[in-house]
Design a protein around this ligand. Structure first.
Ligand code: F2R
Ligand code: MG
Ligand code: MG
Ligand code: MG
Length: 311
């Protein structure tokens, strides 16, 4: 119904931003405890976001314009325009913690280089960074099935990331978010079934192996350190998207715990917690996010606006 739809849309967007904001101060830190993270949740200062939320807001705004129809992804996501919108957003606030490769691409695009050329300037084979996956979750709100969601995820990613693994990571995160939206909040999440719903969208041996590991690690009740050792926790798409999926599945029904798990796993904490937060928020809804923290998000007003537009 409409109430649960808007509740889940808000959960998705606020979960994404909250994971980014809570995770950012802990990037690259070891020995972080639940108490350290809860102290951030319960503080009173504004929670500033990084590139993850900044670009997810750009994508949400692009989708909210609803060019054409989501059944025609080539109209719904305008590649030339989206590339320019991402690059302009970097240019306005380049200090939000962007990756090194994408910074060069954005500078070239702002200077007038066509995006297809700009994104091969640093890595001729394309970037396999997690920058497509970190911002992709809003597409799950407008696609009506996994195929549509995957097509939108690919288009929203390819304007910055040409490497197959970056595209697979974005498709994985988007389709997983779509599945999380479809499940009732009080329904127990079965990891094997959940992963089986995502698998067909990511037909790559590397990613299928990651999915096997995720299910094993849920069954073994792996802790964050074991999860990071088995799956990776870096800025690459294959080294971060599976960890986010595990963080959600290990803590289904408790978004705050999912984000803390991601942060305690270390490495690229803002991005892994952001992706886990989007999944957990999409499943459990806005009301289950820590109230004291969501009200302090720098982008709270925009997140409310786009949740209403996209729900
Ligand atoms: N921590 C970051 N970014 C780095 C911030 C550095 C800071 N400015 C500083 O200097 O202190 N977080 C943000 O970056 C991640 C998203 O990255 P994105 O958008 O995918 O960027 P990029 O540059 O395309 O890729 C990131 C890095 O991955 C490695 N890499 C990617 N493709 C590669 C390839 N084909 N060959 C070799 N290496 C490749 C590079 O190290 C890239 O810099 C998020 O975590 C976001 O929060
Ligand atoms: Mg970031
Ligand atoms: Mg391409
Ligand atoms: Mg990051």
């Amino acid at each position: 119904d409409d109430t649960s739809r808007i509740e889940k849309a808000r959960g998705l967007l606020f979960g994404l931003a909250l994971g980014d904001c809570l995770g950012a101060p802990f990037e690259g830190k070891v020995g972080v405890t639940d108490a350290d993270i809860v102290a951030k949740e319960n503080a009173t200062d504004t929670l500033p976001h990084t590139d993850d939320t900044a670009l997810a807001l750009v994508l949400a705004r692009h989708l909210a314009q609803r060019r054409g129809d989501a059944r025609e992804p080539e109209k719904f996501v305008d590649l030339d325009l989206l590339a320019r919108e991402f690059a302009d957003t970097w240019h306005a606030e380049p200090w939000r913690g962007y990756g090194g490769g994408v910074t060069t691409s954005f500078r070239l695009i702002v200077e007038g280089t066509p995006w297809r050329e700009a994104i091969r300037a640093v890595y001729p084979e394309g970037s396999f960074g997690n920058g497509g996956a970190m911002r992709v979750a809003p597409v799950a709100l407008v696609g009506t099935d996994s195929g549509q969601v995957a097509a939108l995820a690919r288009r929203s990613t390819e304007v910055t990331h040409a490497h197959d693994d970056a595209l697979h990571g974005a498709v994985c995160q988007a389709v997983a978010t779509h599945v999380a939206l479809s499940l009732a909040p009080d329904e127990p999440v079965r990891a094997g079934d959940f992963v089986d719903s995502v698998r067909p969208a990511v037909p790559s041996p590397l990613w299928q192996d990651k999915f096997d590991r995720v299910v094993e690690l849920v069954e073994q009740r792996a802790d964050p350190a074991q999860a990071a050792a088995a799956l990776g926790n870096d800025v690459s798409a294959p080294g971060s998207v599976p960890l986010a999926l595990l963080s959600f599945l290990r803590n289904a029904g408790d978004p705050s715990a999912a984000m803390r798990f991601a942060i305690r796993a270390g490495g690229d904490t803002d991005t892994v917690a952001s992706m886990a937060g989007a999944l957990a928020g999409a499943h459990s809804g806005y009301a289950t996010l820590p109230r004291q923290a969501v009200s302090r998000l720098e982008a709270a007003a925009q997140l409310h606006l786009y949740a209403e537009h996209l729900a």
